[in-house]
Ligand binder design. Structure first.
Ligand SMILES: [Fe+2]
Length: 341
């Protein structure tokens, strides 16, 4: 490693998240990758102790299991926050995409787009180190079953992009649940049980579809907060709110009411709509509809990407409906999965 590079791996034991500190020891400019709000004071104290000047706070993706400290760090010390451009987070200072570079002192972090865990996930490459977020983990990978994730995409991102890096590249993921702290690209190509040792895309898709993971505990708090740069002021989604996946909608589409809350032009537009779904646009139309509808009926709300439908489901909960959910990733996800419209 270059002797002027300061590197430190920090850990959050509650969410098993790694935060990385990179800095130039001569210019003192520093970058943090994937911070955790609960560790805000710890991280800023460390920066002060090392006499560094924090310049950027980067997030590899919109995390579902913890709230980022990026927004609070910006408030406290004026850093620039950066998130994936495709995540559409208007409050971030920088919106990163493939080929972008983040410079600190004499060092450069190169941005790689590695979708699959989420459709906007990034990895960062700097001085023979890869910060892979939740794309490639040590002997594992990120999950692909929500936030518009896709096993097909993740397989491509890892095998066609990350596995093409030099074998000796050190791998530093955003999480580890088994006690590992780092690996190398070469070791993962050989030993990763999900897509190493020449596993095919079909093998990988099958493995991922059989994982049956429960949702992260903090998802209802983390997603809205992270979409607002980690602001504590945004209202968390109602904890009773349920998220439907394409899988559970597919098998039950005939016996549940699917309410599409987009505008009429979107409903008949390019994205199409789910067969049998009913158009009731968010706003007065939806309120009127829900007032007249049986509170014990089950409803799944759908929209373009999952934001308006979450709002609609929230409204229904407040009005006394109990069995409501919204489709994660909306029609974007539905069409990506090539479901019929
Ligand atoms: Fe994640």
């Amino acid at each position: 490693m270059n002797k002027n590079l300061v590197f430190q791996q920090l850990f959050d034991s509650e969410s098993s998240t790694f935060t990385y500190l990179l800095a130039d020891s001569r210019t003192k400019e520093a970058v943090l990758i994937d911070t955790v709000l609960e560790n805000l004071d710890r991280d800023l104290k460390l920066i002060t102790e090392l006499e560094l000047h924090l310049k950027y706070v980067l997030d590899t993706h919109i995390h579902a299991d913890h709230v980022t400290a990026a927004g609070q760090m910006r408030k406290r010390c004026g850093v620039l926050t950066a998130v994936p451009k495709k995540a559409n987070v208007p409050c971030a200072d920088l919106n990163l995409s493939e080929g972008d570079e983040i410079k600190f002192g004499e060092f450069v972090i190169k941005v790689l787009e590695t979708p699959g865990h989420t459709d906007a996930s990034l990895s960062f490459y700097c001085e023979d180190m890869l910060f892979s977020g939740d794309a490639l983990l040590i002997r594992g990978t990120g999950r692909t079953d929500f936030q518009s994730g896709s096993s097909e995409e993740l397989y491509k991102s890892i095998t066609e992009k990350l596995f093409q890096l030099p074998a000796e590249t050190r791998l530093y993921p955003a999480h580890d649940y088994k006690g590992f702290t780092s690996s190398s690209i070469g070791a993962e190509i050989k030993h990763n049980p999900r897509l190493g040792a020449g596993k095919s895309q079909q093998d990988f898709i099958k493995i991922m579809s059989e994982l049956k993971l429960s949702y992260p505990k903090k998802i209802n708090e983390a997603l809205p907060a992270n979409n607002a740069c980690g602001s504590k002021d945004v209202k968390a989604l109602d904890p009773r709110l349920k998220i439907s996946t394409i899988e559970n909608l597919k098998s039950r589409a005939d016996d549940i009411l699917i309410v599409d809350v987009r505008r009429p032009d979107e409903y008949v537009g390019e994205q199409g709509h789910i067969q049998g779904s009913r158009l009731v646009t968010l706003g007065e139309d939806l309120t009127r509809f829900l007032e007249s509808y049986n509170r014990s009926e089950e409803i799944i709300f759908v929209c373009h990407s999952g934001t308006r439908s979450a709002e609609a489901a929230q409204l229904a909960l407040q009005m006394g409906f109990e069995k409501v959910s919204f489709l994660d990733g909306g029609m974007l996800h539905w069409n990506k999965a090539h479901r019929p419209v």
